[in-house]
Structures are given as structure tokens and as C-alpha cells.
Design a protein around this ligand. Structure first.
Ligand code: UT7
Length: 330
């Protein structure tokens, strides 16, 4: 009998820039204060990629290098790389393409996925499908964003949440039932007005006017996004448990997108999970968009055991949202 091929996560890599932007630094830039930011979001500091000529691919490269070293493989062995990002190095070519060149991943093809904060989950589901098809043996899935490139540091409601970073996982075939078991992904384009970048696309190409009007920054109506995020992330996570006949007791870890501690708490409560089972690093890194979930896996990898059930959950611009069930393979 032919056994089903699962896409197992076999290595994790991560990268955060050294430079920190603390709440106290932000107090000097906009009318805000440490206490407001911490109580409303759970964030104390974020990392910022500084330096001329440095872009998202420069965070992807060290994350993937680390992953290759851990697994003992050369980048030439990578078949495909998928990068979830809304801050690509440039509109085209894809950041995956640029990163593969910098890495020497000469045999890989690759592409970017634009799904904002759900970018990693969308990419993971795609990558898993490539493995499950039997055609590919080593697929690298990355979530990476240099949010500091599109944040307006005079907009106090938005600039306080975002940071920069990259996280990556390697997917390989597994015949023993370890890996990506199920995924529910959703999108609703009517949410676009509440979180988007107004200019720089084909609708409003860059011009002096768009730059003057600050239309190349991320625009967010925080409260509206917050309401949809709480419901979206919690609903889809509960649905994923239900359709797999699982309860909170069966889940070792919730790995939530780190947008706001209050959204994370609401999702954990809905799933009946205590705080000890929830990966939270928003305090140190803020919201790194597509990078939050793989950065959690990177930081917690020594505490995850073979056979653990993980629920990865996200909500973001688009709107896009989803939840993925993973059985840890090592
Ligand atoms: O990652 C993908 C998707 N994104 C999210 O999931 C983010 C979801 N949204 C949020 O996390 C929150 O909406 C924010 C953190 C962005 C904002 O928090 P909020 O609790 O929704 O604040 P608000 O915009 O409703 O503002 C409440 C008050 C306002 O003052 P008044 O009108 O009540 O006097 C704001 O002007 O807080 C004020 N305020 C601030 N005060 C100090 C807004 N930003 C700040 C600030 N410092 N940085």
C-alpha cells in the first residue's frame, strides 16, 4: 500500500536585526508612552533593519543559512523557496528569487506570496502541497518583512506595533504522519480599505503627489482590524480543532500571529488553552507581519517535542486569515 506523503518541518531558522526600537525611543518620536503601548498591545520593543542597501532578502538569507546548517544540507539541495512578504526588496523580481541567488540555491525555483500577516500560513500550505504531490523533496518556506520600510513614524497608532524579522522552515516528505495535517485558509477582499498601502501599485503608481500624501506607508484602521482579527483568528482555530476531533487538551502549542496580545489571549481562551501553551514573543519583536509565526517556532524549537500538535493561527491585511495543524516531526 502506498503511504500518504506528509510535509514535515525538519528544521527552523530565524533572524532578527540587532538594532532595537524601544517604547521609550518612540516616546521621543510621537505622542505616546510606554505604558499605553504595553497595556494596549503587549509590545516593549521591536527590531529594525538599519543600513543602506539592506532589504527583506538580507534577513531571509541568514534565516535560511541557519536552517541549512542545522539540517546539514547545502542551499543547492533546495528545490523551491516560497517567501511570504508584503515588503519585497522590489515589486519584481520576487524576493525568493533574489534570496536564492544570494544563498547559492542554484537549483531552486521560488516565488513570493502576498497575504500580509497570513503570508507564512498561506506559504506553508502551498509548500506542503508541493511536498505532498511527491514532486519535491526540499521546500523552504519563509515569512519575512522589513516593516520599517513602509511604516509612517509620525502615525502613532500604527508605528508602535511593527518591527522587522524573518523566520524559515524546511519541509521534507514524511510517511509516518508527521507534518502539516490540515489547514483552513480564508480571505475577504472587502477588508482591504482597513489595512493597505494606497499607492505604488497599478492603481496609483508612484508620483510626487503620492509621496507627499504619504501613500506609500501602511495604512491601518486599527480598531476595525482588531475586531475582525479577534473573531477571525478564534473562529478558524476553533473550526480546525472541531474538524480534526481535537480539543484544547490535545494541543501542545498555539503559535499565534503576534499583532496584539489581546487578540492572542482571545484566541487562546476560545480554544481552551492556558497561557503556558501559547508562544508569545510580541514583547521583544512587535508585529513582524509574515515573520511572527516562524520566529516563534525558531525561539521555542527546543521546547517542542516530536509528536506535539501545534496550531498556527494568523489574521492580517486583505483580509486574510487561517489556522494550520502541524504534528511536530523531530
Ligand atoms: O497584524 C495584522 C493585523 N493588525 C492587527 O491585528 C492590529 C489590530 N489593531 C490593534 O492592535 C489596535 O487597534 C491598535 C494597537 C492599533 C490600537 O489600539 P486601540 O486600542 O484600538 O486604540 P484606538 O485606535 O481605539 O485608540 C484609543 C485611544 C484614542 O484616544 P481617544 O480618542 O480615546 O482619546 C487614540 O487617539 O488611544 C489613542 N492612541 C494612543 N495613545 C497613546 C492611539 N494610539 C496611541 C498611542 N499612544 N500610540
Amino acid at each position: 500500500m502506498i503511504k500518504k506523503i506528509y510535509a514535515a518541518i525538519t528544521a527552523v531558522g530565524g533572524y532578527v536585526p540587532e538594532d532595537k526600537l524601544t517604547n521609550f525611543d518612540l516616546e521621543k518620536m510621537v505622542d505616546t508612552n510606554d505604558e499605553w503601548i504595553r497595556t494596549r498591545t503587549g509590545i516593549s520593543e521591536r527590531r529594525i533593519l538599519k543600513g543602506d542597501g539592506l532589504a527583506t532578502s538580507d534577513m531571509v538569507v541568514p534565516a535560511v543559512k541557519q536552517l541549512c546548517e542545522k539540517r546539514g544540507i547545502h542551499p543547492e539541495e533546495i528545490d523551491c523557496m516560497i517567501v511570504g512578504t508584503v515588503t519585497p526588496d522590489m515589486v519584481f523580481p520576487a524576493t525568493a528569487n533574489i534570496a536564492c541567488d544570494k544563498l547559492g540555491a542554484k537549483n531552486a525555483w521560488g516565488f513570493d506570496v502576498s497575504a500580509a500577516c497570513s503570508g507564512f500560513l498561506y506559504s506553508l500550505t502551498l509548500g506542503a502541497s508541493l511536498i505532498e504531490s511527491g514532486r519535491y523533496k526540499k521546500v523552504v518556506v519563509v515569512g519575512a518583512d522589513k516593516m520599517s520600510a513602509i511604516v509612517d513614524y509620525s502615525d502613532r497608532t500604527t508605528c508602535i506595533i511593527f518591527g522587522d524579522g524573518a523566520g524559515a522552515v524546511l519541509l521534507e516528505p514524511n510517511n509516518e504522519g508527521y507534518g502539516v495535517l490540515d489547514s483552513i485558509l480564508r480571505s475577504d477582499g472587502s477588508g482591504s480599505p482597513f489595512l493597505h498601502m494606497k499607492a505604488g501599485g497599478s492603481l496609483k503608481p508612484a508620483s510626487v503627489e503620492t509621496v507627499m500624501a504619504k501613500e506609500h506607508y501602511a495604512y491601518q484602521e486599527g480598531q476595525t482590524v482588531f475586531k475582525f482579527a479577534v473573531k477571525g483568528m478564534a473562529d478558524v482555530s476553533a473550526e480546525l480543532l472541531e474538524r480534526n476531533n481535537l480539543t484544547g487538551d490535545d494541543i501542545a502549542w498555539l503559535v499565534p500571529h503576534q499583532a496584539n496580545l489581546r487578540i492572542i489571549d482571545a484566541t487562546a481562551n476560545r480554544m481552551g488553552l492556558p497561557k503556558e501553551k501559547v508562544m508569545i514573543n510580541i514583547e521583544k519583536y512587535g508585529n513582524t507581519t509574515a515573520a511572527t509565526i516562524p520566529l516563534c517556532l525558531w525561539e521555542w524549537k527546543h521546547e517542542i517535542n516530536k509528536g506535539d500538535n501545534l496550531v498556527l493561527a494568523a489574521f492580517g491585511g486583505g483580509f486574510t486569515w487561517g489556522a494550520t495543524l502541524v504534528k511536530w516531526a523531530y
